[in-house]
Design a protein around this ligand. Structure first.
Ligand SMILES: Nc1ncnc2c1ncn2[C@@H]1O[C@H](COP(=O)(O)OP(=O)(O)OP(=O)(O)O)[C@@H](O)[C@H]1O
Ligand SMILES: [Mg+2]
Length: 374
């Protein structure tokens, strides 16, 4: 556990970057520090590995004051990843990753073997090992930065806006990758971002800081969305927080009703006969949904049902997975041309349909049973 107790940082020019910060960071979890520019996130992070020394207060790791440890020794147990990865430009990818273990006394060959493994761990093809950082995309550089931070197998990883310089699609990939990695490695990760969506997605707990380095709220993402402590936090977590908080509620209670399905290639005549409330789902050989047909869409076609005849359907709701939240169920219903979300199994076959009403009913049940803070 990393513990901040009444930690203040006043820089030489008098700027108070962090003001009496109290924070307990759980082992093996992702803790996110989030807040507007200049609120003291980077300063807080760098105090953990003593790149910045606190002016007053105490930071301890596993009960020991970090001032009792030599900075160089302390940092062996703490990986550090920054925006733009901070790679050595004149060393290959492999040497970048192997640098720290070699510095720590590992044999060069062993360090390179480990570096090769780490490339795979962070999802990079081994062909990239011999390239220089400038020959990589931004997202690949970030992955190398993560691999390098993991090379000495530190129990603690500090990450300062590691994904903010890449485009949103790559960023999404990197976030997914980090969650996958973390589920395997179980590091104590302190992650800084100014993006609340990133904080909500990655954090087991999220600390919202306000300018002046004061802690506004420290909670799980679900609680932060459901119960922001004040207007600052409410504004920071955003307007659609009510909708986004549905992402934390399991959809297991949502009722999935039978849906009429028609195989592609059936006669238009039989498709018409299958409609219920004017709609039916068209499926492929393995019963995976392809789209919808309606009384209106079928009125101008004849013969066999072809792909061109389908009305493309909204998002799917995967019923038996972690992704099966009330948010995905509601989105499936709202984005469907028929007003019915298609629920599929984890292998993609149609299970039935969910309506917005059934999602709201399930939300109401969750409220009554106390699962939702109200
Ligand atoms: N070396 C320094 N000397 C003086 N003031 C500093 C120094 N480093 C940071 N500050 C100030 O301390 C405050 C907090 O800075 P910090 O870099 O920790 O913020 P941040 O939350 O990481 O911001 P950003 O989101 O922009 O990265 C700011 O007002 C900043 O100007
Ligand atoms: Mg910063």
């Amino acid at each position: 556990m990393i513990e901040f107790q009444a930690v203040t940082k006043r820089y030489d020019d008098g700027t108070v970057a962090v003001d009496h910060l109290d924070l307990s960071i759980d082992d093996g979890r992702v803790t996110v520090l989030v807040g507007p520019s200049g609120c003291g996130k980077t300063t807080s992070l760098r105090m953990i590995n003593r790149m910045v020394e606190a002016t007053s207060g105490t930071i301890s790791i596993d009960g020991a004051d970090i001032r009792s440890r030599k900075p160089a020794l302390l940092r062996r147990g703490i990986g550090y990843v920054i925006q733009n990865a901070g790679l050595f430009p004149h060393r290959t990818v492999l040497d970048n990753i192997a640098t720290v273990p070699v510095l720590l006394g590992a044999k060069k060959a062993a360090a390179r073997r480990r570096a090769e493994e780490l490339l795979v761990t962070v999802g990079l093809p081994s062909e990239l090992a011999g390239r220089y950082p400038a020959q990589l995309s931004g997202g690949q550089q970030q992955r190398v930065g993560v691999a390098r931070a993991l090379a000495a197998d530190p129990p603690v990883l500090l990450m300062d806006e590691p994904f903010s310089a890449v485009d949103p699609v790559v960023r999404d990939d990197l976030q997914e990758e980090l969650l996958r990695l973390q589920s395997e490695l179980g590091k104590t990760i302190v992650f800084v971002t100014h993006d609340i969506d990133e904080a909500i997605k990655l954090g087991d707990k999220v600390a919202v800081l306000r300018v002046g380095g004061r802690l506004a709220q420290y909670d799980t993402p679900a609680t932060l969305l459901a119960k922001p402590v004040d207007d600052f936090v409410a504004a920071f977590v955003g307007r659609d927080r009510g909708y986004r908080s549905l992402g934390f509620l399991s959809a297991h209670g949502v009722s999935v009703a039978p849906l009429p399905t028609v195989p592609l290639g059936s006669s238009v005549e039989s498709a018409r006969g299958s409609l219920r409330n004017g709609w039916a789902v068209v499926v492929d050989d393995s019963n995976a949904p392809l789209g919808w047909v309606s009384g209106v869409s079928l009125s101008t076609v004849e013969g066999e049902l072809r792909r061109d005849d389908l009305v493309s359907g909204g998002s799917l709701y995967v019923a038996d997975s972690k992704a099966g939240s009330l948010r995905t169920a509601l989105d499936a219903a709202l984005s469907s041309p028929a007003g019915i979300g298609i629920a599929v199994d984890s292998d993609g076959t149609v299970l039935g349909g969910v309506t917005a009403d059934s999602v709201l009913k399930s939300l109401d049940d969750a409220r009554r049973s106390g699962e939702v803070p109200s």
